[in-house]
Write a protein that binds this ligand. Structure first.
Ligand code: ZN
Length: 171
């Protein structure tokens, strides 16, 4: 094991950064050094932004999106088509579809990955909630995402043809 080159506070920062997706120990060390060098311009505002996020981020009680308002920005957008619900596995899928402008419908997040953020477990985002939403008379169609591997990645545009499959509701 390599010897520590900094005090425990900085080593702790590096260890935490290394837990972020896409960052290994080397890139975490590089990111930590960058933050330290840009303490006023980057590290301080980042710390403040993290604290605000900790305080304000909520899981939308309607769709499961993550936002600072509840219901979320998507659910309260009057330009959305309430007859369509796009069912996604995870908030990352929702955000990818939004970046790609793939739909003007509403969403339903099934994901179990929300719990680490604020203690909301999969039991809060069950199929039962989706079924209840699907019975809203305004809803005429559910769409679901294709399996993993065909999802939008990063800033990649998500082609409409692969983004959704139409599934009529049976009542
Ligand atoms: Zn919402």
């Amino acid at each position: 094991m390599a010897a520590a080159v900094a005090g425990p506070e900085i080593e702790r920062l590096i260890q935490l950064l290394a837990r972020l997706p896409g960052l290994g120990p080397r890139s975490a060390r590089r990111a930590a050094l960058h933050l330290i060098k840009k303490r006023e311009a980057l590290m301080t505002p980042l710390s403040a932004a993290l604290q605000v996020a900790i305080d304000k981020i909520q899981v939308c009680k309607t769709c499961g999106n993550i936002d600072t308002q509840n219901p979320c920005t998507v659910c309260t957008d009057p330009r959305r088509d309430p007859s369509i619900i796009v069912v996604v596995a995870d908030v990352a899928d929702l955000w990818a579809l939004e970046r790609a402008n793939a739909t003007n419908g509403l969403y339903h997040v099934l994901g179990a990955t929300l719990s680490p953020l604020d203690g909301v477990g999969p039991q809060d985002l069950t199929i039962d909630a989706l079924v209840a939403r699907a019975h809203d008379p305004r809803v005429s169609a559910l769409h679901h995402r294709p399996p993993a591997g065909r999802r939008c990645q990063g800033n990649e545009a998500c082609p409409r043809r692969t983004g959704r499959r139409r599934a009529r509701l049976s009542r």
